[in-house]
Design a protein around this ligand. Structure first.
Ligand code: GRF
Length: 200
């Protein structure tokens, strides 16, 4: 299965997926909307094709989405993975990749959609926090949940400590979700997640 990964920054989730060495997975390209994204370096160093579709060169969302889709489709991926990709994608884009578009969000959805999830978790006083991998639908940080990991919120946590604890889990659950997809076990069926058992 060929995979295109979209990033905006550091790209540690992309790195975790690459390093997982998932049998049957080929990372066809890493695409960033920011030319300076740190993760592009890692991808290049690993011989992965990279591209930048800069949102600043596209005045409106439709134009950006179009340029991004063309860049993605040039690699004809089976799966598109959003890994710290910080642009909201329009309905048309999301529909085009329905069932083959995954995102990771740093909270236990449906709690804390949107930004600053760790700060909000601390402010709210939840004792359990975490991360979710989900299929992308038109609603922001919504969509059928594929896998989640929970971490405790500890006394003395600040945003950075909590973020680091969650990120360590992200690096486990995202490769797992991709592995399931590559193994043809994970599917979106009538808007719901279907996960089949591994063949005996
Ligand atoms: C991750 O916490 C991800 O869940 C969030 O942004 C962060 C990206 O980190 N959406 P990285 O670029 O994968 O290192």
């Amino acid at each position: 299965k060929s995979i295109v990964i979209l990033i905006s920054g550091r790209g540690s989730n992309m790195e975790a997926i690459v390093r997982a060495g998932i049998p049957g997975a080929r990372i066809a390209a890493v695409i960033s909307n920011r030319p300076g994204a740190g993760g592009l370096e890692f991808a290049r160093a690993h011989g992965i094709a990279t591209a930048v579709v800069d949102h600043k060169s596209h005045p409106d969302r439709a134009g950006f989405d179009q340029a991004l889709a063309e860049c993605i489709d040039a690699h004809a991926p089976d799966l598109v993975v959003l890994a710290g990709f910080m642009r909201v994608l329009g309905d048309g884009f999301v529909r085009r990749y329905e069932g083959r578009l995954l995102n990771i969000h740093p909270s236990l959805l449906p709690a804390f959609p949107g930004l600053h999830t760790h700060r909000r978790a601390l402010e709210t006083g939840v004792k359990v926090h975490g991360a979710s991998v989900h299929f992308v639908t038109a609603e922001l940080d919504d969509g059928p949940i594929v896998i989640q990991a929970a971490v405790p919120v500890l006394t003395g946590d600040d945003e950075d400590k909590l973020a680091a604890r969650v990120l360590a889990q992200e690096h486990l659950i995202y490769p797992q979700a991709v592995r399931w997809f590559v193994e043809d076990r994970l599917e979106l069926v009538a808007g719901r997640v279907s996960l089949r058992d591994a063949p005996a």
